[in-house]
Design a protein around this ligand. Sequence first.
Ligand code: PLP
Length: 370
Amino acid sequence: MNAKKLEFIDLKSQYAALKDSIALRMQRVLDHGQYIMGPEVKELESQLAAYTGAKHCISVSSGTEALLIALMALGLKPGDEVVTTPFTFAATAEMIVLIGGVPVFVDIEPDTGNIDASLIEAAITTRTKAIMPVSLYGQTADMQAINAIAARHGLAVIEDAAQSFGATYQGRQSCNLSTLACTSFFPSKPLGCYGDGGAVFTSDDALAQACREIRVHGQSARYTHTRVGVGGRMDTLQCAVVLAKLERFEWELAQRHALGARYGELLRGVAGARLLAVRPGRDCVWAQYTVFVEHRADVQAALNAQGIPTAVHYPRPLHRQPAYAHLHQGPELVHSVAAAERVLSLPMSADLSHADQDRVVAALAQALSS
Ligand SMILES: Cc1ncc(COP(=O)(O)O)c(C=O)c1O
């Protein structure tokens, strides 16, 4: 019947729409030849800082590197603890562990998939240095509650905003809600480049300066290494790509919101598909459009047979991953485990057509009823 295979994330239509702009901006870089720290780097950082409202944006080589640089800027030391969620991509906890820190996992809200702010305070010890919520699927966690806890205990908050650039929380932009925020420009993210890229945001001048230095091997001036850093710059060419993509980002966000709402309306009538909750005062940019289903493997196979790709973000919470399991000795994190068994991400991108969206929903309804 419907043999055409859908794109899980349709980057091809986006490229077709932006082809001329991308070519022009990339050509400019090739002409001036400043491939590292060229003028597009500052141009992008200024635009993104203005967009989010954060005072500083420091572009870096990936979302993972953004997390590492943010943690290093805070001066995280071996043994220091960071309270975070286990229901996330590995990079969140990985960068804490890489510099000797200890991720302390607390469970999620079963309906949003985000860290349950009401459980954070009980996880704080004298070694806690920071709280790292993840804005999963493109919706921020309860940042007001998290910031209040952090203020009471003198902790920093790092928003892992890899999936939420463009989202808002009580009228403020994701990436401008906490001490530091880290986003990713991985190609499939709401704002992506054509390789690896990312950014750190902060309104704290000293932390911004630390991030800038850490990004270039801890240099405060050329060949003056005042601290230990990394090679973490974002390529000028990738900055040029993001600048081009910003030209229709507002349109893409509006599309994402409309398509997310439309998925919600269509799926509300489908028995067996539980929707992600979006809390009042927040919006979701749907980096992934994720639902909860039972018998997920069967549902995925049925959709796949109809040419509909799906993905699982994420199949195993970090406290059950071989590399991190030893870090969690407390009671089972039941909501994280339950979510990991049930989440299913459906095709989503700004260029998804209503016809294709209808096809996804019909196939899902059929799979869930059989
Ligand atoms: C929640 C989260 N954190 C961090 C990252 C890492 O970003 P990057 O792939 O740009 O290193 C990702 C990317 O998938 C992510 O989803």
